[in-house]
Design a protein around this ligand. Structure first.
Ligand SMILES: Cc1cc2nc3c(=O)[nH]c(=O)nc-3n(C[C@H](O)[C@H](O)[C@H](O)COP(=O)(O)OP(=O)(O)OC[C@H]3O[C@@H](n4cnc5c(N)ncnc54)[C@H](O)[C@@H]3O)c2cc1C
Length: 344
């Protein structure tokens, strides 16, 4: 393991924001990871974990040791019951989409709706990735993580992870305390496609779920995502910049009385999820430009680095949007990506 000093992270985050790691290492095995953590403990360096960098905002340089996870390995374990369940365990450094495609090729079904989400397996539980009507938590069994303070391996069950909408214990009480080393999901030999999500249903209009196989659903998800979302390699971005706000039914009805067009998606617990994109669009921010950054012309939720902006400039634009939406609608938008580093 090679620890380097003063390393640029610009190419390691999909927003292409500038920022340097005081110290940096890329670990390909769990032993190297343990070694890196023990070095950081000995030197009393704070540790920041980086996966594919597709859900982070670099506000500036990062003090301490930045560890990029590059471990690999995928394992299949048939369950010895008649559930037709198969447990798949992937190392944290595996590419998420390639893992999804691998399971589908091996006729294990259940992750197809999460195709083409950027990033690595180890980051998937951090915000409980979700798309097209499915969240990781719907398939999650357990994960193994190393505690940064001690280097001890800890098992987390699904309930330990306290998954929520783009949320988990790793963004709350345990934030910054663990490095995920592997994730286990339960998939099925039986195909049972779910195309209820409106955009997916529309893309597959005319097809009956019974006639579709999971590979076709995965291909449809990939097509929609490629058409809909800007490619970070062309227009640097971190996907959705804001979480969709969740309101009580009462709050939603009050707002809807004022804005009859207000869309809302009822959740199983009786709350209503609003598309943050609708609020941002209504407020006229779509296509708006900040200093070297802006709101995508077609996707109000996606902020882009359009001209070598800094993290501070991007966060300034995000902050202006948050203030405006709160003033207009009384709703406080929450930023989805994790913010790292401080201005130089
Ligand atoms: C174009 C685009 C589309 C996207 N679409 C979606 C979508 O549909 N649904 C969705 O949910 N997300 C989406 N995202 C966000 C992003 O893809 C996910 O959040 C993804 O899981 C981030 O993975 P990463 O490896 O890039 O994590 P990073 O950005 O490197 O890290 C994100 C956070 O996870 C932590 N982390 C990373 N790896 C580990 C680990 N091994 N152990 C502990 N902590 C770790 C980091 O410290 C950081 O806090 C999108 C992003 C982009 C750019």
């Amino acid at each position: 393991m090679n620890i380097k000093a003063n390393v640029s992270l610009l190419a390691l985050n999909t927003l292409a924001l500038p920022g340097r790691a005081e110290f940096f290492c890329r670990v390909s095995t769990n032993d190297e990871l343990a070694e890196g953590l023990s070095y950081a403990r000995a030197e009393q360096l704070p540790v920041t974990i980086l996966g594919g960098g597709s859900n982070v905002v670099l506000a500036g340089d990062i003090a301490g040791l930045v560890v990029q996870i590059a471990t690999c390995g995928i394992e299949r374990r048939q369950q010895n019951d008649d559930s037709q369940r198969i447990h798949w365990t992937a190392a944290a450094g595996e590419n998420w989409h390639q893992f999804v495609q691998h399971t589908l090729a091996e006729k294990s079904y259940g992750l197809e709706n999460l195709s083409l989400i950027p990033g690595l397996v180890g980051a998937a539980p951090i915000q409980n990735i979700g798309a097209y009507g499915l969240e990781l938590s719907d398939r999650f069994v357990s994960l193994v993580a190393l505690e940064i303070a001690t280097g001890n391996a800890v098992n987390f069950s699904k309930s330990d992870c306290k998954f929520g909408y783009r949320d988990s214990v790793f963004k709350q009480g345990a934030a910054g305390q663990f490095v995920v080393t592997s994730v286990t999901v339960a998939l099925s030999e039986r195909a049972n496609v779910d195309i209820r999500y409106p955009a997916l249903a529309a893309a597959l209009a005319g097809e009956s779920p019974e006639a579709l196989n999971p590979q076709q659903v995965s291909a449809a998800v990939c097509r929609i995502r490629q058409q809909k979302l800007p490619d970070p390699a062309v227009q640097p971005n971190a996907g959705s910049f804001f979480k969709n706000p969740v309101l009580s039914n009462e709050q939603w009805q009050q707002l809807q009385a004022e804005y009859p067009q207000l869309p809302g998606y009822p959740q199983p617990d009786g709350t209503i999820k609003l598309p943050a994109a609708w609020l941002i669009d209504q407020a006229g921010w779509k296509g708006a430009e900040g200093q070297g950054c802006g709101v995508h012309r077609e996707h109000a939720l996606v902020l882009i680095n359009s001209g070598a902006c800094s993290g501070q400039q991007l966060l300034q634009l995000a902050g202006d949007i948050v203030v405006d939406i709160e003033q207009r609608f009384g709703i406080l938008l929450v930023i989805e990506p994790q913010v790292f580093g401080s201005p130089v």
